[in-house]
Design a protein around this ligand. Structure first.
Ligand code: NAD
Length: 420
């Protein structure tokens, strides 16, 4: 039986796409190589913050099924690739999962199928890596089947913008492939934006994330000298943000985390260096500044302990919020990990509290979770807010702490409450 779409890779990106397609009435299958993920989804258990079990129940009621069998690719009119693209050892993207899934598509490709790559990657991947694998069997992209790139811009945990109302950029290998891809997404995304080709669509995604990375680095660097000059940078940003044009507010923090911002700009700088032989200096500088923020936060924490005549060695330090962004459970690339590692190296007696993280993967039992937040606040020599989850009453927490260090700029500063 022919299905409208098969989604390959059922994670943070693939599953919300499945949800929107099912809601639009499309017949949808999912393919993933992880048997545990497939079994859990078919049993109604979601592993993604943005999809609850009840939403998954609706998806399954809409006819969705996940599978580890490539057969679900064969009958699909459209196949969308949403597999991971982590950084490889050489600093470029590790395309192993993309290549693996494209080979699976090639083995099952039928004439007229639309293949779309959504995974974030360097410019040229769709044309130089995906297309040759698909064409190896003799069919030609743009003639016998269609090929496009459409970056995923999903912002996990964002209550306002989801897969449906975030405009979708689409770049086809040929104009006809672009038309097919735009028509596909037009069925369940409010706004489809046509890029000239696959390379433009790939680069648009990298420009977006590089822009964020660089602007976060700008305020992170300013945070250091503003502190030394006795200037409240948070107040500075609030004032600057009143300009109705030409300025967008970015905020300092303990470092950048997640699967995108610390990683995607590297694809671009790697690609520029590999193809052209020169550096993308903005990215490399931003990388350097953002990567040193965890150590800077620890040195500021040491200074605060010093105010109370204490050393980091032996001090009871409580970390609040260890995920990479607020209100979700995702710990990938969280700057809380290097912060904790530096503190442990200096001998701190660490614990953490996070309503979304029952056990901190990076540390196991070395950094225990506290259940009773009030008692832990009383006992800690220093409390450091790393992630401002909804539900944290920051001023109340600061009031109950011996010393409070807020890396997110939410606390009302006071004698014992400090901002980055
Ligand atoms: N998470 C985000 O917020 C986000 C946002 C925008 C773009 N992206 C990009 O989207 C892509 C997917 O990211 P994600 O966060 O959804 O990853 P994820 O780890 O949540 O999910 C990926 C899924 O793909 C499966 N998989 C791996 N190799 C496979 C293969 N060869 N065949 C079939 N399935 C395979 C994994 O088992 C996993 O279930 C990445 O390129 C990422 O950079 C992610």
């Amino acid at each position: 039986m022919s299905v409208d779409v098969t989604v390959i890779g059922l994670g943070y990106v693939g599953l919300p796409l499945v949800q929107e397609a099912v809601r639009a009435g499309l017949s949808v299958r999912g393919f993933d190589i992880n048997q545990g993920v497939v079994d859990a989804l078919n049993a109604g258990r979601s592993h993604i913050d943005d999809i609850s079990d009840s939403e998954l129940a609706e998806i399954l009621a809409g006819g969705f099924q996940a599978s580890t069998s490539e057969d679900v690719i064969k009958d699909a009119q459209t196949v969308v690739i949403c597999v991971p693209t982590p950084l490889g050892e050489d600093g470029g993207p590790d395309l192993g999962a993309v290549e693996g899934s494209v080979h699976a598509i090639a083995r099952n490709l039928t004439p007229g199928t639309l293949v779309v790559l959504e995974s974030t990657t360097y410019p040229g991947t769709t044309d130089e890596v995906v297309r040759p694998i698909l064409e190896a069997g003799g069919m030609r992209a743009g003639v016998d089947f269609h090929l496009a790139f459409s970056p995923e811009r999903i912002d996990p945990g964002n209550p306002t913008f989801g897969a449906k109302n975030t405009p979708k950029v689409v770049g086809g290998h040929t104009p006809e492939s672009g038309d097919r891809a735009a028509a596909f997404y037009g069925q369940f995304v409010d706004t489809v934006v046509r890029a000239k080709g696959t390379r433009e669509a790939e680069t648009a995604k990298l420009l977006e994330n590089t822009y964020r990375h660089i602007n976060i680095a700008l305020v992170n660097e300013m945070a250091r000298f503003c502190h030394d000059l006795g200037i409240d940078l948070w107040d500075v940003i609030d004032a600057a943000a009143t300009k109705p044009f030409g300025f967008q507010a970015f905020y300092p923090g303990p470092g950048v985390g997640g699967h995108c911002i610390p990683i995607d700009p590297n694809y671009l700088s790697y690609n520029v260096r590999a193809k052209l032989g020169y550096p993308f200096r903005f990215v490399e500088l931003a990388q350097e500044i953002n990567a040193t923020m965890p150590a800077y936060v620890v040195s500021r924490a040491q200074d605060l302990l010093n105010e109370d005549g204490k050393a980091m060695r032996g001090a009871k330090v409580l970390l609040l919020g260890v995920t990479y962004k607020p209100n979700i459970a995702d710990q990938r690339e969280s700057p809380a990990v290097p912060v904790a590692r530096h503190m442990l190296d200096k001998g701190a007696d660490l614990s953490y509290h996070d309503p979304h993280v029952a056990r901190w993967d990076a540390f196991g039992d070395t950094v225990p979770a506290v259940d009773d937040l009030d008692a832990a606040l009383r006992e800690a020599d220093l409390v450091v807010l790393l992630q401002n989850h909804r539900g944290y009453d920051v001023d109340a927490i600061a009031g109950a702490s011996t010393r409070f260090f807020d890396t997110r700029g939410r606390v009302t500063p006071g004698e014992r409450a400090h901002r980055l």
